[in-house]
Design a protein around this ligand. Sequence first.
Ligand SMILES: NC(=O)c1ccc[n+]([C@@H]2O[C@H](COP(=O)([O-])OP(=O)(O)OC[C@H]3O[C@@H](n4cnc5c(N)ncnc54)[C@H](O)[C@@H]3O)[C@@H](O)[C@H]2O)c1
Length: 272
Amino acid sequence: MERGTAGPGTVAITGAAGSIGAVVRRALRGEVGRLVLLDRVPLEAETANEAVHTVDLLDPTALESALVGVDAVLHLGGIADEAPLPDLLQVNVLGTHHVLEAARRLAIPRVVLAGSNRVAGFYPTAHRTNSQDPVRPDGLYGVSKAAVEALGQLYADKFGLSVLCLRIGSFEEAPSEPRHLATWLSPRDAIGFCRAALTAAPAPGFTTVYAVSANSRRFWELPAPFELAYTPVDNAEDHAAHIPGADVPADPTAAQAGPYARPEFTLKHLRP
Ligand SMILES: NC(=O)c1ccc[n+]([C@@H]2O[C@H](COP(=O)([O-])OP(=O)(O)OC[C@H]3O[C@@H](n4cnc5c(N)ncnc54)[C@H](O)[C@@H]3O)[C@@H](O)[C@H]2O)c1
C-alpha cells in the first residue's frame, strides 16, 4: 500500500484512542477504503470512511460484531505499562485472545499485534537482541506481552491465521532521555511499521519483529526483509545534542529496560 493509493479494503484499529492509535489512524485513513476504530473510550468519526465503536476488549460479542467485514486488524488496545498482574492478564492477554478469536471466527486475513520490547528487557545493553532470543521480561507487563506473542503463535500454528507481532520500542514524538537513543520509535517509523505489517501478503504463520527507529545505538535487530518490508528512517542520534547525559557511555552490563528493570518498578504492584 503506497501513500495515497488504495490499500486493503477495511482496516480495524483497537486502542484507536491511544497515543499510537491516534497517529496511525490519521496516516491510514487516506490510504485504506475504510477504517474501523475501536476503543473503550468513545471516539468520533472524522472522515466519511471512518466507523467508530465503543467496545471493551473484554466483551467478545461486541468485539466480534465490530470486526465483521474487516480485512486486517491492528490490535493496539491494552494496558501499556506495568500494572497488577490480574489486570494485565484480563486486558492484555484475555483481550488479545478475544481479538484472535474474532479473527478466527470471521476469517480475517491478517492480524497485527502490539508486542513490546519489554518482553526481553533483561538482556544487557551489550547484547544485540533478536526476536528469536528467548524472552526475558523485565516485569509483569513484559510477561503479559510474552503471552500475547504465545497466543499469536498458537493461532497461526493451530488455525492458520496470519499474525505479525511488532515489539514496539519507545514511541515518542522525539527522544528525550539517554535510553531513548537506543529504543526510540518515531511516529513516522511507527506508521511505516504498522502500514507494512497490515499490507504484507497474508500468509499463514507467526512472525515477531522489533519496531524501532534506525537508531545508531539500538540494541535490537531490525526485521529482515522477508519478515517485514519496512526500513526505518529516523535516528535518535540526530537529537542527542538535546538529551542530557547523551555523552555518557551506556553501561554494557545494565538491563536494556533501564529503570523498568528495577525491583521497585514491579514491587509497587505487589503486596508489601
Ligand atoms: N507507547 C509505547 O512506547 C509502547 C511501547 C511498547 C509497546 N506498546 C504497546 O502498543 C500498544 C499501544 O500503546 P499506546 O502507547 O498507544 O497505549 P495507550 O495507553 O496510549 O493506548 C491504549 C488504548 O487502549 C485502550 N484500552 C485499554 N483497555 C481497553 C479495554 N479493556 N478495552 C478497549 N480498549 C482499551 C485505551 O483506552 C487506550 O486508548 C499497547 O498495546 C502497548 O502495550 C507501546
